[in-house]
Design a protein around this ligand. Sequence first.
Ligand SMILES: [Zn+2]
Length: 540
Amino acid sequence: MSYDLIIRNGRIIDGTGNPWYHSEIAIKNGKIIKIRTQIEREASREIDATGMIICPGFIDMHSHTDFILPIFNKVESFVRQGITTNVIGMCGNSFAPIHPDRVEEFRKFYTRTIPLYADYVFTWNSFREYLEKIEKDQCPINTVPVVGFENVRIAGGPGYENRPPTPDELKKMKEYIVEAMEAGAFGMSTGLIYAPQVFAKTEEIVELAKVIAQYGGLYFSHIRDEGEFIIDAINELIKIVEKSGCRGGHIAHHKISGKKNWGKSRDTLKLIEETNNRGISITYDQYPYNRGFTSLTAIIPPWIHEGGPDVLLERIKQISTQKRIKDDIEKGIKGWENFVGNNGLESIYISSVVSEKWKDIEGKSLTEISQIKGLKDEWEAMFSIIIDDEGGSTITVESMREEDIQRIITGRYHMVGTDGLGIPNRPSLGKYHPRFYGTYPRILGRYVREQKLLTMEDAIRRMTSFPAMRLGLTDRGLIKENFWADIVIFNQDTVIDKATFENPHQFPEGIPYVIVNGVIVIDNNKQKRKFPGRVLRRPL
Ligand SMILES: [Zn+2]
């Protein structure tokens, strides 16, 4: 018998957290079938990994690739950083279910940010149909699907209305979650700063989480506040896990946002530790940058979102509405995470716009924009962009401090997630967050090699076997015989991210080979037209 692929001469870091060892790896039919110090037989292809690390492919615990998968399926910015599996459907946004009467509304919503959806035909409604669709479209990397609360609330619940669901709506929402879990979803996610999810009280989410509990699903959450009230927000997540009885909670992109809150990571990590000690399983992921990334409309108060995006755009044109928004942001609203109030208008940078009129200011702060365009102030810049761009613009917000980032990286319940999208290498898309390209190499180069905050073995464990275990993937995340051959080969002396906020569309260096299900996708730093990724289903 010959093999499909043999990797020789590298150092294996197997994903367990154990130190490296020398061995050779033989791959056949997508799986690692032999690991020995010497493999005599031949293979149709060999890779000489002299001087390199061979480790399991990275599992991105938090991605939004679903936003772009129907129109771009090469996920270049992900596969080039060594990601071989990504979890989608985060922050409450998945691309299913879509109520049959709401397909047009859904298309319109996404067209505002990604104009290519204008002509796209959505052919699915249920979660199962959606998974079959993305399976047919193919992708270079594996996908772990999670159902988003926003979709469920719009499809079967009160939608953009600021009220609890009726018993009938609650029943319908539960049916949608049953459908998704039976189709193979790994759990449910929420994004409690975003409309309409922001209108849901804790009890509404507890009721829905009870459904995922029956299927052994995980509860993922972009929590209600990442700044002043972060402890309350984590306590809400803990309460949802505890009351629903689901097997665990996962905090999305854990961060401390807002200058006056810096340092609170001490308290959040302590709370997470104590909660785990009493038998409630809480984990988190993180991207290693000091700016967040979201939509421009996320920084305005929840009340203006009531009724949905069309109503918002009509209302925001009125001067009296703009005045009320300004007052609310300046004074704050209890229970609402106020990005501008926490960080200042000068910390908001426009990363992408759709309208030609504003294309030249991508990457600039609201302060710079108001100067360049000769506007009265940042407020005028903000309202004008929202109106001209119909709410489709995205922003980065400078909100975090390095000390918190470092503390969160070293936490015991930490894993890595990009909170990004696997996008094509097209600068015309806008100045998206560099985490789309650089999250994993940035940790390996900057935080492991340069700062020595983690050992290489520990960092790799947080990128591979820890997320695999958390998700319940029993045959991925380790270099081990009979495991799927998802493998990254990188140079530990040179691996580094190159993407910046000013110039985000840059691939990292030092990751010459990426293998997914035994197929070489990145071959000597070049992406091949190969689509071996699978849509994974929650193991029964
Ligand atoms: Zn989020």
